[in-house]
Design a protein around this ligand. Structure first.
Ligand SMILES: Nc1nc2c(ncn2[C@@H]2O[C@H](COP(=O)(O)OP(=O)(O)OP(=O)(O)O)[C@@H](O)[C@H]2O)c(=O)[nH]1
Ligand SMILES: [Mg+2]
Length: 409
């Protein structure tokens, strides 16, 4: 398709619609081992050099079983036209000229959507990513990695001439990411890398929705990524062309982290937030009811009322928010009452478990009482969450017809 034109190679049409990676090559056409996307904006001087390098490296290893797809956002310097011209003598090269949409991450995804490869890859067009690292990434993929990333922070990696300020900014951004999304950033030595390969199967059917530059984070957060291979690389200086990095990208990065935080695995986090709010309710009521300067009721009675009220407010938030989807799938007053009683029971059992654990750790293992209590609270929170999820708020399981939700009897 992309190489059939006699005068200039035909452009690859830009996919439209949601940013979902298809499970197979479009139109069921021929597949190749590797599809390497090269996003570009005003890189006309760099593209010819890069394409020649890549061809020299990849053809000996992959033969014809790869494709390079330049995805250019209608650059004023006509990068797309330069690439199109080049494609005449480089049959593995395809070119997409995007006109409606802009931005690095979506350019990469649009490229992947049009790709025919089993491995989907990306690298910068500006020669800052040394092309030969592709071979190491390819090796990792052949060894079975779901994802192989080029990293500046493993052996053989580094940055050539970065200012102290940029180094600090880059590491600071990584640290921030680690705090907000530890289960994603913790798996990558260089989460900011824009140079990697991922198995199509790991992304098939997934809707990606990245903001800004950091598509790797999106891939790890939303893909089925089992093991990750890494290869060191030194980030080179730009020789020609201009950087598109601005302050806005840092803001977008932060928003992207928050967005992912809210959408992946957030149920447990919400459960913990609700649990935290319950502590405030319990404490506040205990004060209002039992404090001599307030109502001055007996401590046990006050605590019982405070605890039950906290259980009620926790239930309301969990039913509306934490497990809102499951609750909406089981509507009705009776179903809600059943969930409420179940929640009460599980919380009370949790309290008993808390006491047992605290005693065991304090009396038998001689662990400091506050440390022991903290560990007990942690374990019981996990226990409460798990039981409530399994028994009380049955996860939504929609079968063939939308209403046939498998409600546990
Ligand atoms: N298609 C497309 N490509 C882009 C866009 N922004 C940047 N790119 C390309 O993405 C790659 C990385 O962009 P750069 O601006 O070089 O960012 P960087 O390498 O992190 O930073 P520098 O060290 O400053 O170059 C380059 O190949 C750019 O041409 C965009 O909006 N659309
Ligand atoms: Mg660059």
């Amino acid at each position: 398709m992309g190489t059939s034109g006699a005068v200039t190679a035909a452009l690859v049409p830009t996919p439209t619609g949601p940013l979902v990676i298809p499970a197979a090559a479009p139109e069921g056409g021929p597949t190749v081992r590797l599809s390497l996307i090269i996003p570009s904006y005003n890189e006309s001087n760099n593209i010819p050099v890069l394409v020649a390098q890549l061809e020299g490296l990849l053809t000996p290893v992959l033969g014809e079983s790869y494709e390079l797809i330049v995805v250019d956002d209608d650059s004023p310097d006509r990068t797309w036209a330069v690439a199109q011209e080049l494609a005449q003598s480089h049959p593995r090269l395809r070119v997409m000229r995007r006109q409606g949409e802009r931005g690095l991450s979506t350019a990469v995804i649009r490229g992947w959507q049009a790709a025919r490869g089993e491995y989907l890859a990306v690298m910068d067009a500006d020669l800052q990513h040394p092309a030969e690292v592709n071979l190491k990434l390819l090796e990792e993929m052949e060894r079975g990695a779901s994802l192989a990333t080029a990293s500046r922070h493993v052996e053989g990696g580094g940055v050539s001439d970065w200012s102290m300020a940029r180094r600090i900014l880059s590491r600071g951004a990584q640290l921030l990411g680690l705090l907000i999304l530890p289960e994603v950033l913790g798996r990558l030595s260089d989460p900011m890398s824009g140079y990697f390969m991922v198995r199509r199967a790991a992304l098939a059917g997934k809707a990606l929705d990245p903001l800004g530059y950091k598509i790797l984070i999106e891939v790890v957060a939303r893909g089925d990524i089992r093991w990750i291979g890494e290869a060191g690389y030194v980030f080179r200086e730009r020789v020609t062309g201009e950087s598109k990095v601005t302050w806005r990208l840092y803001v977008q990065y932060f928003k992207h982290l928050l967005k992912l935080r809210m959408s992946i695995n957030s149920r447990f986090l919400r459960f913990c937030v609700v649990g935290g709010s319950g502590v405030f309710v319990d404490m506040g009521l205990l004060y209002l009811l039992s404090d001599p300067s307030m109502l001055g009721l007996g401590l046990t009675r006050s605590k019982a009322i405070a605890a039950e009220t906290a259980i009620i407010t926790n239930f309301i938030f969990n039913d509306l928010w934490t497990f809102g989807d499951a609750a909406r799938a089981q509507p009705g007053v009776r179903a809600r009452l059943r969930r409420f009683l179940g929640f009460n029971a599980i919380c009370l059992i949790g309290l008993g478990l808390n006491l047992i654990l605290l005693n065991l750790m304090f009396n038998l293992a001689h662990i400091n009482r506050y440390v022991a209590n903290l560990i007990a609270i942690g374990i019981v929170t996990g226990w409460n969450y798990w039981l409530n999820k399994k028994l009380n708020w049955t996860p939504l399981r929609v079968d063939t017809d939308a209403q046939k939700v498998s409600a546990r009897a």
